[in-house]
Design a binder for this molecule. Structure first.
Ligand code: A3P
Length: 317
């Protein structure tokens, strides 16, 4: 028998099992054995965790979707998190280390409790973490034309004057002319490899819990998309037709409240030059195989095919 101090024991344990270094939070209230040893201060009856996650990907309209869904009186979402600009990014980022109680403390009680973090979709850890903590949550993904999405990402960096993109054209980015260009290329492209990432979510959630939104339809007919979505979420009828109106000034649909338009800020729905045919054809090749796999995957799971996919497959042969 040999005494070993806990830190060195832990070091030894984690060198043998490195994948266990990060915790994987589950819900102690859903397991009687865990529940019985919880601190008496912990109140399982008041516990609120999201039952709907909008997981992304980034630059597909996730902010607009969240803002429209939030208009429904049956929907609640997390409060603002100190130090984060817009999203909680619990399952994909550093906030995960703050633990399950911290996360649960962010949400109000509502029939649909949602959280939107567009970084979840292509995160290698988010799906497993979400499936462990909220296995019954409904997962919403927007599938927008990946070529447009990649170009939107590039223009996002340009508009923000990010030093990483200084002096780099989109062609430079695709050519990977420097370390920065390679980094941007990966950010522009990764989230648009829909089949690759969807596969991960489908391994952890049944397809009946996943709802895929056609990003093109959402941009052009958001009230119809919102009505279909709220029906799927089993929420009472809400008059989206009169609550969302097209703003000519913004060039996008906006919330329409008390006779006034309320649009998203200038960082959503930017104006930039249209994609040139040569760039579009380069991006066609980038996403070609993934789009073919996506169509097969959608058919296999009986998901609707987004309107942009068949023409894209035709164009990118
Ligand atoms: P652009 O700014 O490149 O046009 P996200 O919120 O996921 O980051 O997505 C941002 C994108 O949402 C915008 O990209 C825009 O095209 C799209 N979008 C769709 N509907 C919108 C709306 N009603 N208002 C603003 N942007 C919208």
């Amino acid at each position: 028998f040999k005494w070993e101090d806990p830190i060195s024991l832990a070091d030894r344990y984690f060198s043998l099992f490195p994948s266990e270094k990060s915790p994987l939070w589950s819900n102690p209230c859903s397991d009687d054995r865990h529940r019985s040893i919880l601190s008496p201060k912990f109140n399982c009856t008041n516990l609120t965790l999201p039952n709907v996650l909008i997981v992304g990907p980034q630059k597909t309209g996730t902010t607009a979707l969240e803002s429209f869904l939030e208009m429904h009186p049956g929907v609640g979402k997390n409060g603002m998190v100190e130090g984060s600009f817009e999203e909680v990014q619990f399952f994909s980022g550093e906030n995960y280390a703050k633990g399950f109680e911290w996360y649960a403390g962010l949400f109000p009680n509502a029939s649909v409790v949602m959280e939107k973090s567009a970084t979840y979709f292509d995160s290698v850890v988010a799906a497993e973490r979400a499936a462990t903590l909220i296995p019954h949550a409904r997962i919403i993904v927007i599938l927008h034309d990946p070529i447009q999405r990649a170009y939107s990402w590039y223009n996002h960096l340009v508009a923000r004057n990010e030093t990483i993109v200084a002096g780099l054209s989109m062609d430079d980015v695709l050519d990977g002319v420097s370390a920065s260009a390679k980094k941007i290329r990966s950010r522009c492209i990764s989230g648009g490899r829909y089949a690759h990432h969807l596969d991960r979510w489908l391994q952890l959630f049944p397809s009946t819990q996943l709802y895929l939104i056609d990003g093109g339809a959402f941009k052009d007919h958001p009230s119809q998309v919102m009505s279909d979505l709220t029906e799927w979420l089993e929420l009472p009828y809400f008059d989206y037709e009169s609550s969302i109106k097209f703003s000519r000034k913004k060039g996008f649909y906006c919330k329409f409240i008390s006779g006034r338009s309320s649009c998203l800020g200038s960082s959503k729905g930017r104006i930039y030059p249209t994609l040139s045919p040569s760039l579009s054809s380069r991006l066609c090749s980038v996403f070609r195989n993934d789009n073919i796999a996506l169509e097969a995957m959608l058919r296999k799971h009986r998901f609707p095919i987004p309107s942009w996919l068949p023409p894209l497959l035709d164009r990118c042969q």
